[in-house]
Ligand binder design. Structure first.
Ligand SMILES: C[S@@+](CC[C@H](N)C(=O)[O-])C[C@H]1O[C@@H](n2cnc3c(N)ncnc32)[C@H](O)[C@@H]1O
Length: 401
């Protein structure tokens, strides 16, 4: 993840990449067709292995151990690095460990123990009042996330895990460094990443996917629009854009004129860690149990060597492209969309920022395009660019003519 404020805000060269799957055939081809088949140097600082040494890590990885499978041997014989970005084997435990911290990883795995030296490095896991105020302002400027006055505990818990990783003694010092992105690019990026909340699940709230299936896709089919472009803004670990892709695939089965090859789904998020997970597209049993029916699991996922982990089938995976993008930045390089899902992220922003984002979305929606927000989010008092459409259940917003 680029650490400078400018690059965090900018969309990159998305359009050329994102349009690469567009061919001349119609999204709603009448031809009968078959479905297209199917860290920085160390995240938690140096980690010693047991007396069994690094080779035991490799063996455990082969056996599918959740933590060992994301550890790599380093040049040092008895040390390993925990690097989720360099999968394979990112699992829910690893996901949890990143936010919860190195100590929780160690607690679960007797092979991973902080060295005495590592322990001594951490002197304070508590942010001071003065530093909290500076940090809250900084985070809002960088990501839009409003911390408010009393989230010291959140800052402490989210940033503690970074102290060992970056070998910084106190949270106040970590924040000092994070606020100098030109010097401490990795720290700055990791700190902002750590402050994001990535809760998500498959087919979250159900109604947006019913609206897509029953109202929006049929409407696009009638219009003959091609390609259909759908943006999952703030896509977290990928459940939202992959759920959208599954709906399109299901509709292709029941409506022969829907062609998944003519549907581009773009997932974006500020968090490079989440985007790694999206692209890897492996999900453990805990994640798979959240919102996914047995039928969809059987149809759209493939087993892996690890019995606790399944991967998204290629026919779904290839429908989605991922890009890092900060919603505070420009969207101009993403092109125009027929549908934007922006769910459960505006709640973290101020009304001013919400309003700016809603108005920027309106500029990259095609005429009659839809915006779908989270169930607790609304445009009321924030933007006059949309009309409300009742979908029964739920609602969506359509760009005004
Ligand atoms: C709670 S998750 C929502 C995921 C998904 N949309 C859903 O509803 O299940 C919020 C996501 O917003 C992302 N996020 C927070 N601030 C952002 C920003 N300024 N730009 C882009 N993404 C951001 C976070 O990284 C996180 O993955």
């Amino acid at each position: 993840m680029a650490g400078s404020p400018q690059s965090r805000y900018g969309a990159d060269s998305a359009t050329s990449n994102l349009s690469s799957r567009t061919s001349g055939t119609s999204f709603f081809s009448r031809n009968a067709r078959s479905n297209t088949s199917d860290a920085p140097s160390s995240l938690y600082g140096s980690i010693t292995t047991s007396s069994r040494g690094a080779s035991s890590v490799s063996n455990r990885a082969a056996n599918g151990n959740a933590i060992a499978s994301v550890m790599r041997k380093t040049a040092q014989p008895n040390r390993a690095q925990f690097t989720p970005s360099s999968y394979p084997g990112i699992t829910n435990l690893a996901i949890a460990s990143q936010k919860a911290g190195y100590d929780s990883v160690a607690a679960r795995n007797p092979d991973i123990q902080p060295t005495t030296q590592d322990r001594l490095q951490v002197q304070s896991r508590t942010v001071s009042d003065a530093q909290y105020k500076r940090f809250a302002q900084y985070i809002e400027e960088q990501s839009g996330i409003v911390l408010g006055d009393n989230k010291h505990y959140l800052v402490n818990s989210r940033l503690s895990s970074l102290l060992l990783r970056f070998k910084v003694a106190t949270i106040d010092e970590l924040i000092n460094r994070a606020m100098q992105p030109n010097i401490y690019k990795d720290i700055s990026s990791a700190v902002i990443d750590a402050m994001t909340t990535n809760e998500t699940l498959w087919f979250r709230d159900t109604y947006p996917y019913l609206a897509l299936k029953n109202i929006i896709l049929p409407e696009l089919a009638r219009s003959g629009k091609t390609p259909v472009r759908i943006w999952s803004a703030a896509c977290s670990s990928g459940q939202e854009p992959y759920s959208i892709a599954m709906i399109v695939q299901e509709q292709a089965t029941t409506m022969v004129h829907v062609d998944p090859n003519q549907c581009q789904i773009i997932g974006t998020d500020i968090s490079p860690e989440m985007l790694d997970r999206c692209r890897f597209a492996h999900y453990d049993n805990h994640a798979l149990a959240r919102g996914l029916s047995a039928e969809r699991k059987a149809r759209f996922f493939k087993p892996t060597k690890d019995p606790n982990v399944m991967r998204v089938d290629d026919k779904i995976k290839q429908m989605v492209t991922f890009k890092q993008m900060n919603l505070l930045g420009s969207y101009s390089l993403l092109g125009r969309f027929d549908v934007i899902f922006c769910r459960n992220v505006l709640i973290y922003f101020s009304n001013d920022v919400k309003s700016q984002i809603l108005n920027k979305f309106s500029l990259c929606l095609n005429p009659g395009g839809y915006l779908i927000l989270g169930s607790s989010e609304s445009i009321q008092g924030l933007s006059d660019k949309y009309e409300m459409v009742r979908c029964n259940p739920g609602l969506a917003y359509r760009l005004k003519a």
